[in-house]
Design a protein around this ligand. Structure first.
Ligand SMILES: Nc1ncnc2c1ncn2[C@@H]1O[C@H](COP(=O)(O)OP(=O)(O)OP(=O)(O)O)[C@@H](O)[C@H]1O
Ligand SMILES: Nc1ncnc2c1ncn2[C@@H]1O[C@H](COP(=O)(O)OP(=O)(O)OP(=O)(O)O)[C@@H](O)[C@H]1O
Ligand SMILES: [Mg+2]
Ligand SMILES: [Mg+2]
Lengths: 256, 256
């Protein structure tokens, strides 16, 4: 049974897409079979693994509204064992089209069900909002991974996100749990970063991954080549930390 | 007649809120009377100028749906001549509540009209999406200022944003123009940053502000004290660059 994990945080620019792509890459490197679903109309996760805009038809939008099965949308990437269901701007329309449907939160879960056993992990990259797309992502998932930038605004938004996770669990998905919190763009030279890390570990303890993702310019260069960090520069600290995150996640999942 | 400027970009974490607060602060320092409207349910612009969550009733949500006039929501800040209309999470509900109304894009413009002449500048901080709240922000505005992080994904999203601006102008606000593009979190030591800047200036020329905002940790520390950069550390490069941005904007507005 594939483990479905949503990468969510309504705060913008905290590293959701970078974590989706490189955690998925790290899991594939660890011999897991992985599907990444791009649920953001910006389509950053799709271009970050090299799927040009012209090759995204059909896209996750078509599968979400039931026009075709998800299997018709899934494509291979340059990385072995890593597949992607790409997104286009059409996805913006889904939020308006589905809002009046009584089962509006369950469209993605229904699309994922038929193929969930074909993968060890399914990673869903969510947009920076708590709207219907993210609610679909949380309803389809078994757990949610929260990338947290070590900054003030990101910390401020955390309680709102965790409350939404509880609401979605109560209304649509009782099994939904927190996979964990991963600190991103960490620069331990600054006071602010150290303060945020201390506060988060103090408050959330074990739920915070030991692995942190440091600020590393190679991570922001890789998407312009459509490559995961492992294909772009496997020796950099960004690749090392995402591989360590993938390994830590596999270890934690085994303990369950 | 107050100049209404929306700060918008659907890409998350590019510096919309930081630019809203510190441009508004820089304009107030230049003896302009300024209102900042927080249109993001995250409420970052409100906390960034020190309005606690408990002091945001009524909020922009109540004025937007017509429950009270905007003048009832406006509060002073620690900075002279700078006022704010704060946001709360209720704002998330507005997107769903207004979606079926025929004039759903015009709620903010109607709320702003009665008070527009009381200010020299009205700055609207938009959320990271192209949904109904941002459309309301673009419909109420005379111009739109686009903060652009010098990174690949931010550049990729620019064409989508400018297309949305054209669509909103055509449908709801024919006078809407681009105030300009301002490069944020600039670190000219990296190749990526220099490449993005060259590409943007090559393509958009005069529409890109000469002033760039460098990456400066003081800018990310100030919000945890609820202060603009000018009250937090007026001598830092972050304060200098936002004051220069405000001055450049005033100069450009005079030329029109
Ligand atoms: N650890 C890191 N070091 C350096 N740059 C990073 C790191 N993680 C992400 N970035 C860069 O920071 C920017 C924001 O990251 P990303 O787009 O992954 O965040 P996001 O949360 O998915 O944003 P959005 O809210 O728009 O979906 C991107 O330009 C990315 O390349
Ligand atoms: N020039 C800068 N130098 C250093 N840090 C910055 C700078 N500008 C913004 N930041 C920090 O980067 C993060 C993102 O900025 P900000 O929240 O202003 O972006 P935003 O576009 O408003 O995000 P959202 O899409 O969530 O609304 C914040 O933690 C902020 O403090
Ligand atoms: Mg993203
Ligand atoms: Mg913001």
């Amino acid at each position: 049974m594939g483990r479905v994990i949503s990468i969510a945080n309504q705060k913008g620019g905290v590293g959701k897409t970078t974590t989706s792509i490189n955690l998925a890459g790290g899991l594939a490197l660890s011999r897991k079979r992985v599907l990444m679903i791009d649920l953001d109309p910006q389509g950053n996760a799709s271009s970050g693994v090299g799927i040009p805009l012209t090759e995204r038809t059909p896209s996750i939008y078509n599968a979400l509204i039931g026009e075709c099965p998800l299997s018709d949308v899934i494509r291979p990437t340059e990385t072995g064992r890593l597949f992607v269901a790409p997104a286009t701007r059409d996805l913006i329309g889904a939020e308006v089209e589905l809002v009046d449907q009584p089962d509006r939160a369950e469209y993605l879960r229904r699309a994922v069900e038929p193929i969930v056993d074909d993968y060890d992990y399914i990673i869903i990259d969510c947009p920076p909002s708590l709207g219907l797309l993210t609610v679909n992502g949380l309803t389809a998932a078994k757990t949610v991974l929260v990338p947290l930038q070590a900054e003030y605004y990101a910390l401020e938004g955390l309680s709102q996100l965790l409350e939404t996770v509880r609401l979605v669990a109560g209304a649509y998905n009782p099994d939904l749990e927190l996979e964990g919190i991963v600190l991103t763009m960490v620069d331990r030279r600054t006071n602010l970063c150290r303060q945020v890390e201390d506060e988060v570990r103090g408050h959330f303890g074990e739920q915070v991954f030991e692995t942190v993702i440091p600020r590393n310019v190679r991570l922001s260069e890789a998407p312009s080549f459509g490559q995961t960090i492992f294909r772009y520069d496997i020796r950099c600290i960004g690749a090392e930390s995402y591989l360590s995150l993938a390994r830590e996640m596999i270890r934690r999942d085994r303990k369950e």
